[in-house]
Design a binder for this molecule. Structure first.
Ligand SMILES: CSC[C@@H](O)[C@@H](O)C(=O)COP(=O)(O)O
Length: 379
């Protein structure tokens, strides 16, 4: 159960100073080790190496990073800049860093002083963390209800990609939180877990969470998805998102687009689950989304499968390809809205996925924020 698990991220005020503590996801599933970041460069390094990863928790990390810089007396604007640009595709990272930076600046402007502004920055980062947990619950509710409609009769076989559960969130997560709700309702026959090359977020992390939740699951190589669809073994695909453009295009872990094409070909619902904070109305279309390109050695070396005596490559892993092999290694791809059956958010569901539907979800969210800013009850 999530309550007994090592927290994915936390901000701690130790006698020697504040720190951000992360569950190091590069070490999973072998061990649950924590990584303690005492400054922003250490946190940026943890973000780049994927010790902390997945869109919503990157937002929380960005927020805590700015709060950490403020509390330790570092240059807050520089910290926010470094964090916002540590990875380019997941919009939540910049969102979290900029949101907390804005609160810090406003507090300074209002005369709170540095310590007061730092305290307000931390309160904002903690609020962001809490909101994300609440958003997970709402996405799980909306998403599981939608799946029950899309796949009537229960006993569904769901295919997912990458990792979108508690490891990416202040709460239960996005797509995997939906699958967990389906499982709790007794309606999940099997979770198909795409291994997610090259860094195996599916095999290492989603399988770890599926086992933790007691689900029936199978890991498959990314290349095996086609034959699984052809055999009629997939009732729905449920994935997360790193950025959703105004036209409803979805950037998510590389391999998502291929699954959407397969789902379209086989008439299987393809559902994207993400908080509204992952929608970026300033990005007009999928072609405008910056896709992070990562180092070749992630593809050409077995970074997660070191064994004694293996010949090590430049990244420190055993060679899987000739030394020096060129690699194409985008971290994400973009799926056009026409291939997406529904976008499930914490503010409701857009289906069919249109620019108007996406804008409507965001305006619901803005109304909610302004109501709560006016001291009214949150809906
Ligand atoms: C809510 S998680 C959605 C996405 O962030 C997830 O599917 C994903 O692509 C993560 O990529 P990663 O490179 O592991 O950070």
């Amino acid at each position: 159960m999530a309550e007994e698990c090592v927290p994915v991220i936390r901000y701690e005020e130790l006698p020697e100073g504040p720190v951000v503590v992360l569950l190091d996801q590069t070490r999973l599933p072998v061990e649950e080790a924590e990584l303690v970041c005492t400054d922003v460069p250490a946190l940026v390094e943890a973000i780049c190496s994927l010790a902390v990863r997945g869109a919503p928790v990157l937002g929380i990390a960005g927020g805590y990073g700015v709060a950490l810089a403020a509390a330790r007396g570092f240059d807050v604007a520089d910290a926010a800049e470094q964090l916002a640009h540590a990875r380019p595709t997941a919009v939540n990272l910049a969102y979290g860093a900029r949101r907390v930076e804005a609160v810090y600046r406003e507090a300074l402007r209002a005369g709170a002083g540095e310590a007061g502004a730092a305290a307000q920055a931390l309160a904002e980062a903690r609020a962001l963390h809490r909101e994300d947990a609440e958003a997970s619950e709402r996405m799980a509710e909306y998403g599981s209800a939608l799946l029950a409609d899309l796949v009537p009769g229960g006993g569904m076989r769901v295919l997912t990609h990458c990792n979108t559960g508690r490891l990416v969130s202040g709460g239960g997560g996005t797509a995997l939180a939906v699958v967990k709700a389906v499982h709790r309702a007794g309606e999940l026959r099997r979770l198909w877990v795409g291994e997610t090359r090259p860094l195996l977020q599916g095999a290492r992390l989603t399988a770890y969470e599926a086992a933790e939740a007691g689900m029936a699951y199978s890991v498959l190589t990314d290349g095996a998805a086609g034959s699984l669809f052809a055999a009629g073994e997939v009732d729905a695909v449920v994935v997360g998102a790193d950025r959703i453009a105004a036209d409803g295009s979805v950037a998510n872990k590389v391999g998502t687009y291929s699954l959407a094409v397969l789902a379209g070909h086989h008439g299987v619902p393809f559902v994207v689950v993400a908080p509204v904070t992952t929608v970026d109305l300033a990005t007009e279309s999928g072609g405008d989304i910056e896709v992070e390109q990562r180092a070749a050695h992630e593809v050409t070396e077995g970074l997660w499968g070191r064994s004694p005596g293996s010949r090590m490559g430049s990244g420190g892993g055993p060679a899987l390809a000739p030394v020096g092999a060129h690699a194409y290694n985008p971290a994400f791809d973009v799926t056009p809205s026409a291939l997406v059956t529904a976008v499930v958010t914490d503010e409701g569901v857009a289906s069919p996925v249109t620019a108007a539907g996406i804008a409507e979800l965001c305006s619901t969210s803005r109304k909610r924020v302004s109501r709560s800013a006016n001291g009214m009850m949150k809906s």
